[in-house]
Design a protein around this ligand. Structure first.
Ligand code: PLP
Length: 363
């Protein structure tokens, strides 16, 4: 795809939010990227336009049959003031995997990445620079054909919106309380759990609501068939350090293959820390704790990077991990990944992608 991206500039720019009050997903930048699909033209009319409401037909298929997918990645401001992305090609690839599973036409990954870079370059003043802050990037696609009837839509919209986000943690990582879900399930093998469809998150809301009311930050999902094997947390993949070895559930078709998960695996191998992707039951995790061998538990995802788990509740029993203190591996991984993202330390894996002015010309 080699189309020029049209730019319609906003007349008056918005006031930027106070960097201290950013939180997550509350503020959106001045412009957004939009592109349409129909059978005659394929993906067409790529444009960067003022951020604002959309007009949709009430019979747009997305409202009825849920053909909606999304991605989440971040842009970081480095110490020298430049802006960089972290492994964005992985998110582009996962977006296409989601397209494939939901019968949405494939996108040109390189073209979309170029469009995202152009958008961020235009919105460069929206990339916050405070400790732990970033510009969250949300690409998403949904069906727009005005038609009732269950079949793949013949029309779609792809958008990218940007949201400055605050530090996930205050001055230091703080361990969270997690509840192992015993009643509800997130995804089944053969379903859509391995891709990023909006419906996965809709399906998780009830369990999350109950867990939050009970004082837990997030849920640890088990497999849907036997309610036995560990899958992942609400928006993170999960890792256990047992007797010196780091273990994470093997991708099985119902777990989302996280970019952070893959980065953690590569870094641990690089450090020669024993690491394995295995099918692990929650019973084995609790048994390891019983033996005094469960040294660390942590989640890994774009939002929190590394999130140490301090308490794990299953079947009415709560185990306390590492005295609710941050484990050594969790801290080291957090420092390394954020260090690479912010350009503070060397990037031996060549994961970061700079946003350069030269690549971002607009027609
Ligand atoms: C269900 C789920 N699992 C895992 C992750 C972690 O993925 P990533 O590291 O790509 O952010 C996410 C976040 O996108 C998620 O929503």
């Amino acid at each position: 795809m080699n189309q020029d991206i049209r730019f319609v500039q906003r007349e008056t720019l918005k006031e930027k939010p106070d960097p201290a009050s950013l939180g997550f997903g509350q503020f959106f930048s001045d412009h957004m990227f939009v592109m349409d699909y129909d059978l005659k033209n394929g993906w067409h009319d790529p444009r960067i336009v003022p951020y604002g409401p959309l007009t949709l037909n009430p019979s747009s298929m997305v409202f009825h049959y849920g053909q909606a997918i999304f991605e989440g990645l971040k842009a970081y401001k480095t110490e020298d003031g430049s802006i960089q992305l972290f492994r964005p090609e992985k998110n582009m690839k996962r977006l296409n995997d989601s397209c494939d599973r939901l019968c949405i036409p494939q996108i040109d990954e390189q073209f979309l990445l170029k469009a995202i870079k152009q958008l961020i370059y235009i919105e460069r003043d929206w990339v916050p620079s405070g400790e732990g802050t970033s510009l969250y990037i949300r690409p998403f696609i949904f069906s727009t054909e005005a038609h009732l009837g269950v079949h793949p839509s013949s029309e779609y919209k792809l958008l990218v919106i940007l949201s400055p986000s605050g530090a996930y943690y205050g001055s230091q990582l703080s361990p969270v309380k997690i509840k192992v879900e015993e009643h509800f399930v997130r995804a089944v093998v053969g379903g859509v759990g391995h891709v990023k469809t909006a419906g996965n998150y809709a399906a998780s809301l009830k369990a999350q609501e109950v867990a939050e009311a009970d004082g837990y930050a997030q849920i640890l999902w088990l497999d849907a068939k036997e309610n036995k094997y560990v899958e992942e947390v609400g928006s993170m993949n999960i890792f256990f350090k047992i007797n010196g070895e780091v273990i994470t559930p093997k991708l099985n078709g119902s777990i989302l293959p996280g970019v952070t998960r893959d980065s953690v695996l590569q870094i641990l191998k690089h450090w020669n820390v024993p690491v394995r992707e295995v099918k692990i039951s929650i019973e084995e995790v609790f048994a390891a704790h019983e033996r005094g061998e469960l040294e660390e538990v942590f989640g890994a995802g774009t939002a929190a990077v590394i999130s140490p788990v301090g308490d794990l509740n299953w079947n009415g029993n709560t185990i306390v991990i590492n005295n609710e203190q941050i484990g050594e591996i969790s801290q080291r991984l957090y420092d390394t990944i954020t260090g690479i993202q912010l350009g503070k330390i060397a990037d031996p894996f060549q994961w970061t992608v700079k946003i350069e002015a030269a690549e971002t010309t607009i027609s």
